[in-house]
Design a protein around this ligand. Structure first.
Ligand SMILES: Cc1ncc(COP(=O)(O)O)c(C=O)c1O
Length: 393
């Protein structure tokens, strides 16, 4: 008898832990590896947030368990953030739940909503946790194709109606990982209408809502009238405030889904450390100046990298948000081959598009998570390559 469940043994290895191992091996052999693979911001958490964590950690009243739903101060801060950013009113008691990062929340929501055999529409390409989360919940992934030539909006008419009829939930993500696509509110209006017509619920992942530039401001799905009847929206402090390791996020919206997730979680965890929730509350209710400073840095890096890719003939749309560029690859390579090629010949790690779903083939994701000097080094190394001959010129 196997010691490991079928659900676990059938999971593909988590891509980024595989890349991490490869990177370590290369570094050990003396290669100066530049990692544009994993999407973890390199910029530090703003100092006022760290200071507030220290202050709250010094208060011994904060050393016990949080309430299961999360600290009221944090949930009120999320409500205030939605009011200020999107003019959306949320009830902190029933429409907001603290998460130990949005990844945890997304995976657990699937457990709380999906029964074995239920279908879930998953954006293709999309953040890998959506697929594995559906698998772990015993559900069936139905690929939701996105319009490559039209800003990666969902192409609902390309999905078999029989599969749509079986679907209980649809996942969406804008600004998007990996494509860096951004949308206007009309995309969310269409999504809610689709959910209404097809009797399904939506989980919108807004992890990059604050990471925007070039004059673009990301809308919230909650701004659509009746959104709370059909959708929840996940938020994260990880990207906008560079707090990936802190493990703090939230979910807002439909109270039935939030209650189901809260019930599941109350049997698994006891929410996040109170000082982390308090510091995150401070971040959400701040003037967001540090977010703007970080965004200006990402925008500059994006311009630099976009130009570098263009110079070697690699086409990519210019993003208005996220910390990624989604680049086409040269002819004659698969995305995995091209990622291997870059690693072998340039010491640069990028993520093969196919890691994000079948439609990611033909692309690689480039993360803008190193400084300008290192990006210049990437540009120089790219310039040395000759893709046509599959070797160094
Ligand atoms: C689209 C998307 N959603 C969610 C997450 C998870 O973020 P966290 O769990 O740190 O809140 C990530 C992280 O890379 C992401 O890219």
């Amino acid at each position: 008898m196997s010691l490991v469940s079928r659900r676990i043994s059938q999971l593909p290895p988590y891509l980024f832990s595989k890349l991490q191992k490869r990177k370590e091996a290369l570094k050990a052999s003396g290669v100066d590896v530049i990692d544009l693979g994993i999407g973890s911001p390199d910029l530090p958490t703003p100092a006022f947030i760290v200071e507030h964590l220290i202050k709250e950690a010094r208060d011994e009243c904060n050393h016990g368990y949080s309430t299961y739903q999360g600290d009221r101060v944090f949930r009120e801060a999320v409500a205030q953030y939605y009011e200020r950013q999107y003019n959306v009113q949320l009830d902190p008691e029933t429409e907001i739940l603290t998460l130990i990062g949005s990844k945890e929340g997304i995976a657990h929501l699937l457990q709380a909503v999906i029964d074995p055999g239920d279908c879930v529409l998953v954006p293709d390409p999309g953040y890998p946790v959506y697929r594995t989360g559906v698998h772990l919940a015993g559900g069936t992934v139905v690929d939701l194709p996105l319009d490559v030539t039209g800003n990666y909006v969902p192409m609902y008419d390309q999905v078999d109606q029989a599969a749509i009829n079986q679907a209980k939930l649809m996942l969406l993500n804008y600004p998007s990982n990996p494509t860096a696509a951004t949308v206007n509110l009309s995309t969310f209006v269409e999504a809610i209408t689709f959910a209404e017509q097809n009797h399904l619920m939506i989980a919108h992942d807004a992890a990059y809502d604050l990471v925007t530039f070039a004059g673009y401001k990301a809308p919230s799905m909650m701004q659509v009238p009746r959104a709370k009847d059909y959708a929840v929206e996940f938020g994260s402090l990880s990207k906008g405030f560079s707090m990936t390791g802190w493990r703090i996020g939230y979910v807002v919206g439909n109270r039935t889904l939030i209650k189901a997730l809260s019930t599941l979680k109350s049997n698994i965890d006891t929410s996040q450390f109170l000082p982390i929730q308090r510091a995150a509350a401070k971040a959400l209710t701040s003037d967001l100046n540090d977010v703007q400073t970080h965004n200006a840095i990402y925008e500059k890096r994006m311009e630099m990298m976009h130009q570098a890719l263009h110079n070697v003939g690699l086409k990519a749309a210019k993003p208005r948000g996220t910390i990624f560029i989604w680049s086409q690859i040269p002819e004659g390579f698969t995305s995995a081959q091209f990622a291997d090629y870059l690693l072998e010949h340039a010491g640069v790690i990028v993520t093969p598009g196919v890691a994000f779903g079948p439609s990611g083939e033909g692309f690689v994701r480039v993360a803008l998570t190193v400084g300008e000097e290192r990006l210049q080094e990437v540009a120089n190394r790219l310039h040395e390559l000759d893709f046509e001959r599959g070797g160094i010129s």
